[in-house]
Design a protein. Structure first.
Length: 191
């Protein structure tokens, strides 16, 4: 078995912005309503990882200002999401609230520091000797496929967690724990 698979699985399964957001969405909106978010994450992660096969890490190393700009954008978006989650209603699902769709979830991967870190490490640590296109396809397919399973697991876990969140106080505590995790991951952008 290719050691890339274990590395990618471990990197994507561990808590980070996607895990936190999908768990919270699964709890708040249920498994089925969160599926577009799941698909968007899997697609976005695959595209991001595929780009690393083309050597985008070298581009970021060459232009440190670009890397800093991406870090600031990522941290700002994650803080904004954390604050919104902190302030969210203490109910399972407000009628006006909607889970993320495919496009929003896919676009988030462009500023998700954990995905970039795992993808760049995988591209540099587990090269296959393929052409850049072959390497991009290998990384993109591996990341999308494994991440789909990871996303489904955390979304389902969130939907099961909802069974325990039977009071507004429990929902508030849950939302604030998830928000705190997001805010902590914003700090990790700069480490």
């Amino acid at each position: 078995m290719d050691p890339l698979y274990l590395f990618v699985f471990a990197g994507l399964f561990s808590p980070g912005p996607n895990v936190i957001l999908l768990t919270a969405s699964g709890a708040r909106f249920g498994f089925a309503r969160t599926l577009p978010h799941v698909v968007g994450v899997a697609l976005g992660v695959g595209i991001t990882a595929g780009l690393t096969g083309f050597g985008i890490g070298a581009l970021l190393s060459t232009y440190p200002a670009l890397e800093i700009t991406l870090q600031i954008i990522a941290a700002s978006w994650i803080v904004w999401m954390g604050i919104a989650l902190w302030r969210s209603s203490a109910t399972r699902s407000e009628s006006s609230a909607e889970p993320w769709g495919i496009l929003k979830a896919a676009l988030f991967q462009w500023v998700n520091p954990k995905v970039w870190a795992v993808a760049l490490a995988a591209a540099s640590g587990f090269p296959s000797g393929l052409s850049p296109i072959g390497e991009a396809l290998r990384l993109g397919t591996t990341f999308s496929t494994l991440n789909l399973g990871v996303c489904l697991f955390w979304t389902f876990a969130g939907s099961l967690l909802a069974l325990l969140l039977t009071t507004p106080k429990a929902w508030t505590i849950f939302a604030r724990v998830m928000a705190t995790g997001l805010l902590a991951s914003a700090v990790m952008v700069f480490l």
